[in-house]
Design a protein. Structure first.
Length: 151
């Protein structure tokens, strides 16, 4: 599909193999569109664990999803080997942008790509909050590039 599903970044540091289940497949024999989001949520969780380590407190996560945009590029079938790649690509004062893609590692074909915007969140006040400085440092260190906008 040309550049329709071309990633905005060239390489991802975080990769996670995926395992499909029989009930993930729709009537056409394809991976159901809703399952891609489930896979990407799981990959975001593993990515946050890899990047933040002990600074990640699940009872005080500090971010919530405010926007998701997915492009479905090619069908995925039950016996295909697939993986998801994840990266934070930008950080604002109160938000971070994550890019992900599900792809076939054997062919390189992108099956789905997704951009998610997460807002910093204060669980006590139920309001938006700045992204913690230690998170910014951890993401920039992990991705080996500057992610903070307007520096």
């Amino acid at each position: 599909m040309g550049n329709y599903c071309a990633p905005h970044i060239k390489s991802f540091r975080h990769r996670m193999p995926l395992q499909m289940r029989f009930n993930d497949i729709d009537m056409l024999g394809h991976l159901n569109n809703s399952i891609y989001l489930t896979f990407m949520d799981l990959a975001k969780t593993r990515y946050f664990e890899a990047v933040l380590g002990e600074n990640l407190k699940w009872d005080r996560i500090g971010v919530v999803i405010v926007n998701i945009n997915c492009n479905f590029c090619a069908p995925t079938f039950f016996n295909e080997e697939i993986e998801v790649e994840t990266a934070v690509v930008a950080i604002g004062e109160k938000s971070l942008t994550i890019e992900q893609r599900v792809f076939s590692p054997s062919t390189g074909q992108v099956k789905c790509d997704c951009r998610t915007i997460m807002s910093g969140f204060d669980m006590e006040t139920n309001t938006s909050a700045p992204i913690l400085p230690e998170w910014v440092k951890a993401f920039e260190t992990y991705e080996n590039r500057t992610l903070r906008k307007n520096q």
